[in-house]
Design a protein around this ligand. Structure first.
Ligand code: LAC
Ligand code: ZN
Length: 470
């Protein structure tokens, strides 16, 4: 008997129309977002259910072919790029909204649905999914869960992890683990879902999730503020936290270099909302339940901060359009950042008390190696999360390594994390030991070995295993 081909066996699981082989796989599935890593996967399957995902994994394990899961492919660290010859499981067909429970305030949705669809589904029911990030229109529910995305409102509502009540995931051996609970409290044994959340496709494949929703805020107040130094930024954070009565939901900081560069680059599209010569800018948003009183209080609190000299200038959005224009300063980065290529992006975190020192140290270390480096600094100040975009005029692996060393060496010195919210993926794997102890990495390796002994799930990501060639 002639053994059945892999193609035929995969087609038997997902159907011929949902299988693509070799060169028949569209280019967009083969590389990471910026095209730094390009791969030659063997197969792309687009399953329609957890059962199909399970059958594909059983086959992959039997044949010893690795699997990389893809959602919206907005990952910044190459966690969504398959190995040569691997099977890509794209969840893009699994987009169904399965249950919206207004009383429990939960949304159960398939992993391939976009974050935006989840947000809009909640809103249509008068509810609110607080997780929000620039790539909301393409990033998927499964993707934000498996990277434990943070984004723009983590200061108030936490990261993706904090919004997942229940999960369905498929393990490397094909076991479908169903735990779509709607309860906030569930201490019945190990909370296994947290192993899947943030594991970047290396421990299991998330197929459905039950998300925690909140009542939809009735007021949204947005302002751009200018400040003289980072001390003032931190003092403002503390004061707004208290003075806005818990309504502070975003606190995004931009160093002058970032603000100036982005507003000048986007000037043809929209004028800068404020002069470009302030050392720091903070985009503040608050959300509350009193559409009459909240904006008044917001204004009063900000005016008082100006009167005390803490804030040098302020623009408060008076309409939805003005709000979008203020957010665009922080979010409309595609063209300005594309103009910098080749460039390297960073996503680190340090204690709030160390943020200013970390930014200065990283800048010094970069300039020592690359005196003409262009460095743009911004981040989610309330979370200790700094982003750097660094352009040194050339790309390539050697340059990248030197730039990485300058940044991560500084973060190691300060005791921070080399990834706040984007994950480790393929691009940061070699630096994991800069912010995780030996014991931590050993524990991670033990978890990986126990859940995926054959290293089928997204190999080459997060951890460097002994079994892999040096
Ligand atoms: C941001 C992405 C880079 O905050 O995390 O814009
Ligand atoms: Zn970010």
């Amino acid at each position: 008997m002639i053994p059945e081909s892999i193609d035929a066996r995969l087609a038997a699981v997902v159907g011929e129309r949902q299988l693509f082989v070799g060169d028949g796989i569209d280019a967009r599935y083969r590389s990471n977002r910026r095209g730094q890593i390009i791969s030659a996967p063997g197969f792309l399957v687009r399953p329609g259910s957890a059962e199909e995902v399970s059958a594909v994994l059983r086959l992959a394990r039997e044949l010893r072919i690795s699997v990389t899961t893809q959602g919206g492919r907005t990952n910044t660290v190459g966690a969504d790029v398959p190995e040569k010859g691997a099977i890509i499981i794209s969840l893009e067909r699994m987009t169904a909204i399965e249950d919206l429970d207004p009383l429990s305030m939960t949304l159960t949705i398939q992993a391939g649905a976009t974050l935006q669809l989840a947000q809009e589904t909640a809103e249509a029911a008068g509810l609110f999914l607080p997780l929000d990030l620039g790539s909301r229109g393409s990033a998927t529910v499964g993707g934000v869960i498996s990277t434990n995305a943070g984004g723009l409102r983590a200061i108030r509502w936490g990261l993706a992890r904090d919004m997942v009540l229940g999960l369905e995931a498929v393990l490397a051996d094909g076991t479908i683990v169903r735990g779509l609970k709607k309860t906030l409290k569930d201490n019945a044994g190990y909370d296994w879902k947290h192993l899947m959340i943030g594991s970047e496709g290396t421990l299991g494949i998330v197929t459905r999730a039950t998300l925690r929703l909140r009542p939809i805020p009735k007021s949204t107040m947005t302002a751009l503020l200018a400040l003289a130094d980072f001390d003032a930024v931190m003092r403002l954070l503390r004061e707004l936290d208290v003075d806005l009565g818990g309504q502070l939901s975003s606190f995004e900081v931009m160093w002058n270099d970032f603000y100036r560069y982005v507003t000048v680059a986007n000037r043809a599209k929209r004028p800068a909302p404020m002069a470009e010569d302030h050392p720091f800018y903070v985009l503040v948003e608050a959300m509350g339940g009193d559409p009459e009183g909240d904006p008044e209080r917001f204004k009063t609190v900000l005016m008082a901060a100006i009167d005390r000299g803490l804030v040098r200038d302020a623009v408060i959005a008076q309409s939805g359009r003005e709000r979008n224009d203020l957010w665009a300063v922080r979010e409309d980065l595609l063209e300005p950042m594309t103009a910098l290529l080749p460039a390297f992006g960073f996503d680190v975190s340090v204690a709030l008390s160390e943020m200013a020192r970390a930014a200065a140290l990283v800048t010094d270390r970069l300039r020592a190696k690359f005196p003409d480096a262009r460095i743009y600094t911004y981040g989610h100040a309330g979370d200790g999360n700094l982003h750097f975009v660094v352009s040194v005029g050339k790309g390539g692996a050697d340059t990248e390594h030197q730039v990485d060393e300058a940044v991560y060496g500084g973060i190691r010195q300060i005791g921070g994390s080399i990834s706040a919210e984007h994950g480790i993926g393929a691009l940061k794997r070699d630096w994991l030991s800069y912010s995780r102890s030996e014991g931590e990495i050993r524990l991670m390796t033990m978890i990986k070995a126990s859940l995926d002994p054959d290293n089928i799930l997204n190999p080459g990501k997060v951890l460097k295993l002994e079994s892999e060639a040096a």
